[in-house]
Design a protein around this ligand. Structure first.
Ligand code: AKG
Length: 291
């Protein structure tokens, strides 16, 4: 599945681009089902939850917190003004999540019922109990597609020890102008400094995992390295495997093209996953990838 060079690159850089990993017919199926879902969902009873990612205003309402085993729709920040959508819903949703890999057959096939994906997971050293726990389609709408600031995934899907692994699949061409991902190679070796949790009084927030001195040092290092980010443009079907600790981000989409991508995350089921995590299994246990 992976050459020695590819494995070495993954462990050195903290991510790996696998060109044409998903065949065109599956890409087409994921894209057309995503568009159908956007077309079909009911806006009348929607709480107009927006997907916000800031340190102080990260999304955290019940619609978000209970979305792990459902298919829900989160709007672009700039698509809702004074409690109203500023554009048709199909052009206003930033992401669909977080149970596509369980509930939607086309997504299930790519995620859980995919022999190549299983081989890849095994080759990356997840032999024990690899669990897929969330999935999303991120649309990055034309002109208003939200920026995703620098982060690592273990902050959001925290296990002890950290074990998150991301799989990000381009469903459309992703370029410098429509918000392709970029990565800070090697940053997976820095510590996870905080985690995103359910707050006891409701909502979500971040709690520190290291002393303020260490957090400041890590932040200063990543600021100093901001010119070392590598932009990874992708063609439909390309997949990026993302180490849970590597820093990555995507810019706003100010172009006139959408940027659909399908992404899912897994963790090692033998690591400790606690109740503080925003994402809880609720009515559907996390799915085992190797069956
Ligand atoms: C993530 O899912 O962790 C990402 O960073 C995705 C960001 C994007 O697709 O723009």
């Amino acid at each position: 599945m992976l050459s020695l060079d590819e494995k070495a690159k993954f462990y050195r850089d903290g991510y790996l681009v696998l060109r044409s990993f998903i065949p065109p017919d599956q890409v087409a199926a994921l894209l057309s089902r995503s568009k159908q879902l956007l077309h079909e969902f009911n806006i009348d009873d929607h709480p107009l939850t927006r997907f916000t990612t800031g340190d102080h205003d990260h999304v955290g309402d019940d619609y978000f917190l209970s979305s792990g085993d459902k298919i829900r729709y989160f709007f672009e920040e700039d698509a809702v003004v004074d409690g109203k959508l500023t554009r048709p819903k199909e052009l206003a949703v930033n992401k669909i999540g977080h149970g596509l890999h369980e509930l939607e057959p086309a997504f299930r096939k790519v995620t859980l019922e995919n022999e190549r994906m299983r081989d890849l997971v095994r080759e990356l050293g997840f032999h024990r109990n690899p669990l897929a726990l969330q999935s999303m389609v991120i649309t990055k709408q034309p002109q208003i597609g939200g920026e995703v600031g620098e982060h690592n995934d273990s902050t959001f899907l925290y296990t002890d020890p950290p074990s998150a692994l991301g799989f990000w699949i381009a469903l459309e061409r992703c370029t410098a102008t429509n918000g392709a991902l970029s990565f800070l190679p090697g940053s997976q070796s820095t510590p996870i400094t905080k985690r995103f949790v359910r707050l006891p009084g409701g909502g979500t927030g971040f709690v520190p995992l290291v002393s303020p001195e260490v957090a400041d040092r890590v932040a200063a290092e990543s600021k100093a390295s901001k010119d070392s980010y590598i932009l990874e443009t992708c063609e439909p079907g390309d997949m990026v495997v993302i180490h849970g600790s590597v820093l990555h981000k995507s810019e706003r989409n100010l172009s006139d093209k959408t940027r659909y991508a399908y992404t899912f995350h897994m963790i090692e089921g033998e690591a400790k996953y606690d109740k503080k995590n925003w994402l809880q299994p609720n009515n559907m246990p996390f799915s085992r990838i190797l069956v």
